[in-house]
Design a protein around this ligand. Sequence first.
Ligand SMILES: Cc1ncc(COP(=O)(O)O)c(C=O)c1O
Length: 424
Amino acid sequence: MTSIRQRHGLDVAAARDHFPALARTLNGVPIACLDGPGGTQVPRECIAGIRNYLEQSNANHGGAFTASVETDEMLHQAHAAGADFLGAHEPDEIAFGPNMTTITFAISRALGRDVRAGDEVVVTRLDHDANVAPWLAMAEDRGAVVRWLELAEDGASLDLDALEGLVGPRTRIVAVGLASNALGTLTDVGRVVEVAHAAGALVYVDAVHAAPHVPIDVSTLRADLLVTSPYKFFAPHLGMLYGRRELLERLQAYRVRPAGSALPGKLEVGTQNHEALAGLVGTFDYLEGLGSAYGDVADRSDRRSRLRAAMSAIHEHEREMSRAALERLASVPGLRLHGIADPSRIDERVPTFSFTLDGHDPRAVAEHLATRAISTWDGDFYAWELVRALGLADAGGLLRIGLVHYNTIEEVDRLHEALVELAG
Ligand SMILES: Cc1ncc(COP(=O)(O)O)c(C=O)c1O
């Protein structure tokens, strides 16, 4: 593949060349895809993976014939690369599903079988509703008590100091996000795990928004269960779960009897989206290629190291973009950023920026930007509790800018120009 390293960091132009969708224009202007948090674009390797699979190996798994054997091998690769991406010990600790929400409803229901009336679950005011509603439903079904981890005074992060008071001997599960899909705030999940484990509770981590931005290592985090959505990190529409092996083995998953109790089949109910998984394998190839240009040679000896090197390079590039974006947004008249704005706290966030603009509802801002060939999202992004806590639910929510590694400072400049134009 094309070399993606420049002397001074990620070679964004070379990376962009891998993403055909980024060449799209509107009235001759290249479309700036600042809509990543709703789903990113995919590299050629992903598209080729889907295409090759459908052209050559399209079959169900477990058969004796060539295409089925190839399908089994592709499925193994998807699990093995997923394990490397998340730092899991083995491929069987990874299970796929249609999306994060479906997986979380299934896991919460299965874990709920062991929850007794009066047990407790902890959810947060910052999370996407897909890491809240399933736990609320499970708690209701089982007569469990819900405890809320509230926002800190900055209105942008969680009040982790309150955690010890919330978690106790009856706490069974703490559901927390690694990064906020609305504000970009990173949460110190290691600290959450420490408190939860000391009380004997499990931690379910929503890493959907973190996955395209930072290296994730479940062993370091000591997460019990962690879930991502590959379509947010340059792959097709899928959900991907990590679970500690011993925990997954114990889990009383709802399944069909022929699936047996072996991993990962026990958790992957029904036939999976094979072509999407083949695309995911292609995306991991892309990321590996990107990572092989970074770090020292020892760091590139295996897929896990290469994937980690890729995510570290991405993270580094995004810190620069975060600084630039914060600076540009601060100079737009009437713009109020919700989230960490202090550049000295850049390590506490990913480059996702949500704001309101005086006199313009978020949908009108998104429409204006769309006419300038800039794609963004407006609304609550299912960060349902947060947008209510901010008092913005009846005002159209927020306008969200989501930068990922294929975005550029030039795009941020175009955004700034278009916002200043609207703000007058
Ligand atoms: C942080 C976060 N969690 C969960 C979800 C839900 O993911 P999915 O669409 O895969 O169900 C999203 C999607 O926007 C998200 O951003």
